[in-house]
Design a protein around this ligand. Structure first.
Ligand code: ZN
Length: 383
């Protein structure tokens, strides 16, 4: 459920060196705060990336002075994926407000069957204890975007939302009772209000997914990728992008609009080739790395070459966990052991559930990246 970006050169010298096995106390996820305020970075091709300014929504949660201040501890900013952070658990646990919940896994419901109590607040607590300071909660359709914004309101300063429709849900435009334009204008309204309130910091998750055409046909995906891009341009928000097995179309659509997208954004959960990664970086976008980005030896080779200042760490929970069978398992030296996880039938409030990825796992992604690149985890988190 999460991602990261580049931060401040000043921090590097001030960070304590962690000894192997020492538990990371801070999680940095994806808040784009690693972009120094007022500084720009340069892509591998020499193209300047726009500077993050203090009013940039992606760093709005951190004031400029804070962002520039040397930090004594590592911080993670994780990007929340929709499932764990649908507001279901939050409402039920904390606000006692009933809501029609669409995403049950963090309420303890698996494949329609309840296995344990809803435990979203515990998931958030574990993330904070692991060092997460910001969680970006991903909106994947209109309803989930509203949930994400609600969660950002419920956890001010901790959770931030994205607003958009995932390519696998793009059929929802056509299925809307009042037609696609009506859904688009509702999306515009949600995003506009949340952006103004500071609860939405990026537009997305949207893009193209040709691995899952059974969920939504290509033409529909293309239509609403382009139309949502128009909306993102209009809203002047950074992008939270998804691209799977669709690099050619994805890149050509974005390339045509680059001039209108000065804030760029991140291509999350990156699993593409070396060449695709380089093109994404040259276009000025960040590359989001999670467990899915570290599955194979080819993935590892790509991650090794992602420029640190363009790399964001994420978990993408509840999906994309790192598994012992993945190539990443060879690169976990020094990583903190994961919290205890049990089968969902044996759930307790203090344990993770096997197979359900959480933000608190983000240090392990950071360590894997550090070991792959042959640098310290501090360098990864600070970059
Ligand atoms: Zn995605």
């Amino acid at each position: 459920m999460f991602r990261i970006f580049a931060e401040l050169p000043q921090i590097r010298s001030s960070l304590p060196k962690l000894r192997p096995g020492v538990k990371l106390r801070k999680l940095v996820t994806q808040d784009y705060s690693y972009y120094p305020v007022g500084m720009s970075s340069t892509t591998t091709s020499g193209t300047a990336t726009p500077a993050r300014t203090p009013d940039d929504p992606l760093i709005a949660g951190l004031n400029a002075a804070d962002v520039m201040k040397p930090r004594s501890t590592l911080r993670y900013v994780d990007v929340g994926q929709r499932q764990p952070f649908t507001c279901a658990g939050v409402f039920a646990d904390q606000s006692q407000i009933g809501i029609n919940l669409s995403d049950p896994i963090f309420r303890g419901i698996y494949h329609g069957k309840r296995s344990h109590e809803h435990d979203l607040s515990k998931v958030v607590q574990r993330a904070v204890e692991a060092g997460c300071r910001k969680l970006m909660v991903t909106g994947s359709d209109l309803q989930e975007s509203r949930h994400a914004v609600q969660l950002a309101e419920d956890y001010p300063g901790l959770c931030y939302a994205t607003v958009g429709v995932h390519p696998c849900s793009a059929k929802s435009f056509e299925a809307h009772p009042s037609g696609p334009d009506a859904l688009m204008s509702e999306l515009r309204e949600v995003a506009t209000k949340a952006k103004a309130a500071g609860t939405a910091v990026a537009f997305g998750e949207f893009g193209l997914d040709y691995d899952r055409l059974h969920l939504c046909p290509k033409e529909t995906q293309l239509t609403y990728f382009k139309e949502q891009l128009d909306l993102a341009v209009e809203l002047h928000m950074p992008l939270f992008l998804h691209s799977r097995a669709a690099a050619e179309d994805f890149e050509s659509i974005l390339t045509a609009r680059l001039d209108e997208l000065p804030k760029r954004g991140v291509v999350h959960s990156f699993t593409g080739t070396m060449e695709e990664m380089k093109r994404i970086v040259d276009m000025g976008f960040d590359v989001g790395i999670n467990g899915c980005s570290l599955k194979t030896d080819e993935n590892i080779d790509v991650v090794r070459e992602v420029p640190l200042e363009r790399l964001q760490i994420e978990t993408d929970g509840p999906w994309c966990e790192m598994r012992p069978s993945h190539a990443s398992a060879k690169y976990l030296q020094g990583a903190p052991p994961p919290p205890k996880a049990v089968k969902k039938e044996k759930w307790t409030a203090e344990t993770m559930v096997k197979g359900r990825n959480e933000s608190c796992m983000i240090p392990r992604v950071a360590y894997a990246i550090a070991n792959i690149k042959g640098i310290t985890v501090e360098e990864v988190c600070e970059a």
